[in-house]
Ligand binder design. Structure first.
Ligand code: CP
Length: 303
């Protein structure tokens, strides 16, 4: 397949190949000259129907460092606002001889739908509360970098699991690589699919952190929340917010991750986000190498 639609559609060998390729690109982007000519004849459109800082800029930088031609499209300033459909929009972009589309969309399944209806290689940059495959890849790559391997590591994903595409993609990726995974959060924010995936729920944050080698502190997705069943922010912070006092009281090595953007003072306090335990900016740095690897490997198949 010439797509990356979700971690569900790839396997451990694919992840290993992406990581080996990303190792090489990480070395490349730390050189004084960060650019390679690999994709000089490839044209890529990044189409974003939802807001993004990290993913969009990271894909753009990755593509530019591979020497691809890049155009970026924000739905808010496009003819989507005049009622054009997703397929018409993308087919018009493809008529301009575009080879690959990176898409973020608010609807789960949007990337898959596109892959079935247009002639281009599709990368899912987040589809609603479904999957965010490159985020999960950069998260696992960061764990591998910090702890040597993902296999056998204990990873707890904390917070708003229900609305999170990061959680589902991470669960698939971590299980595939042999990590032990738990989730922790208020039961109103734990989806029913968790049990079907064989993931256990630890409702107590302290116990979850005492168990874990890695804690991935998810953003509370205020834009997707129904406040009739969500605990108040104050209750959330009290039970699921990670502060320096709790972190220090664990008295152990633990890797603290967050996909961003952070609600400082909600899921984690600033002194935790900016502490030596935090690998948040390493995740962002690794995102460029991972996206270079994904784009390069898919583009190699279409050329
Ligand atoms: N982690 C992440 O997807 O961030 P953005 O929404 O800023 O792209």
């Amino acid at each position: 397949v010439n797509h990356l639609l979700g971690i569900k559609y790839i396997n451990k060998a694919d992840i290993d190949l992406i990581f080996e390729t990303a190792d090489h690109f990480k070395e490349v982007i730390n050189r004084p000259i960060k650019k390679v000519p690999s994709l000089r004849d490839v044209t890529i459109a990044n189409i974003f129907f939802e807001n993004s800082t990290r993913t969009r800029l990271s894909f753009e930088l990755a593509q530019k460092r591979l020497s691809a031609d890049v155009v970026s499209f924000s739905a808010a300033q496009s003819s989507v606002k005049k009622g054009e459909t997703l397929i018409d929009t993308v087919n018009n972009i493809l008529a301009m001889k575009v080879d690959m589309v990176v898409m973020r969309h608010s609807s789960p399944g949007a990337a898959y739908f596109l892959s079935q209806n247009v002639k281009a290689s599709i990368i899912n940059a987040g589809d609603g509360a479904h999957e965010h495959p490159t985020q999960a890849l950069l998260d696992s790559f960061t764990i591998r970098e910090k702890l040597g391997d993902v296999a056998g590591k204990k990873v707890v994903i904390v917070g708003d699991i229900l609305h999170s595409r990061v959680a589902l993609s991470n669960i698939y990726a971590l299980q595939m690589q042999g990590a032990e995974v738990k989730v922790c959060g208020p039961n109103t924010l734990i989806p029913r699919y968790i049990n079907e995936l064989g993931i256990s729920v630890e409702p107590n944050l302290r116990k979850a952190l005492e168990w874990a080698d890695v804690a991935n502190m998810l953003r509370v997705q205020n834009e997707r929340l129904d406040y009739s069943y969500f605990p108040s922010t104050r209750e959330y912070v009290k039970q699921y917010g990670l502060d320096k006092q709790l972190l220090d009281s664990l008295n152990k090595e633990i890797v603290i991750m967050h996909p961003g953007p952070i609600n400082r003072g909600v899921e984690i306090t600033s002194d935790v986000a900016d502490s030596g335990h935090s690998v948040i900016l390493d995740q962002v740095e690794n995102g460029v190498a991972i996206r270079m690897a994904v784009v390069y490997l898919l583009a190699s198949k279409i050329k």
